[in-house]
Design a protein around this ligand. Structure first.
Ligand SMILES: Cc1cc2nc3c(=O)[nH]c(=O)nc-3n(C[C@H](O)[C@H](O)[C@H](O)COP(=O)(O)O)c2cc1C
Length: 198
């Protein structure tokens, strides 16, 4: 969609979970990342680190490591639903947390930094909105954040730039939706209550 303004890009952003194999042009990926880099950060710290993975072998190995880690976890009703889903899917086998999207952006930030999650979330949201404005689908994938302390995942990502001083804060998949466009169907939003005091 050409000439999408900021309000429209925010209003129509949805999670796109099924993506084509096709790799978006690097310039488009770079534009999305640039919008993430321009996100605000506490004290203007600018410490959100984006590890951009487009290499199929690395993607496949990360999926295997995540599946192995989740499969080894014990399920419990006390765990949150999405983590339980990842555990169950991994125990069944064939679980690919990044859904074979062409691009995975892993975000990391300084360990022990109070705004690590908030700053990373600002960057992730900027990237999701930018992706939509550029006709790219995106979806936050949180599995590597949950597995932040998994030694095999940390060791593997360290070869690709993750520092010992960083915690994995989130992830984003990026690519073309199955019909070439991002999911944009309206989702009802009955939540997020607003209280006005006038
Ligand atoms: C912090 C956070 C974590 C999320 N983790 C995942 C995830 O691991 N896998 C996934 O498919 N979607 C994930 N999502 C996407 C949400 O499920 C999605 O935003 C929500 O259902 C609303 O749908 P929409 O994005 O289409 O508006 C996550 C979103 C947020 C904000």
């Amino acid at each position: 969609m050409k000439d999408m303004n900021a309000l429209e890009a925010i209003r129509t952003r949805r999670s796109t979970r099924v993506m084509k194999d096709e790799m978006p042009p690097k310039e488009l990926i770079e534009q999305v990342i640039e919008m993430g880099r321009l996100a605000p950060s506490g004290g203007n710290n600018q410490t959100t680190h984006m590890i951009v993975i487009t290499n199929k072998e690395v993607m496949a190995h990360l999926a295997e490591l995540a599946e192995e880690a989740f499969a080894a976890m014990e399920d419990s009703p006390e765990l949150y639903k999405s983590l339980r889903n990842s555990i169950a899917a991994s125990k069944r086998g064939g679980y690919v947390f990044h859904r074979n999207a062409p691009v995975l952006i892993v975000t990391a930030n300084r360990k022990g930094y109070g705004n690590a999650m908030a700053d990373s979330s600002c960057a992730l949201e900027n990237m999701m909105i930018a992706a939509n404005a550029l006709d790219l689908g995106s979806c936050w994938v949180n599995q590597l954040h949950w597995l932040d302390e998994d030694p095999k995942i940390r060791e593997y990502l360290q070869q690709y730039g993750l520092s010992d001083e960083e915690t994995i804060t989130g992830g984003l998949i990026l690519g073309y939706g199955i019909d070439g466009l991002p999911v944009r169907t309206e989702l009802p939003h009955p939540g997020n209550p607003v209280t006005w005091v006038e």
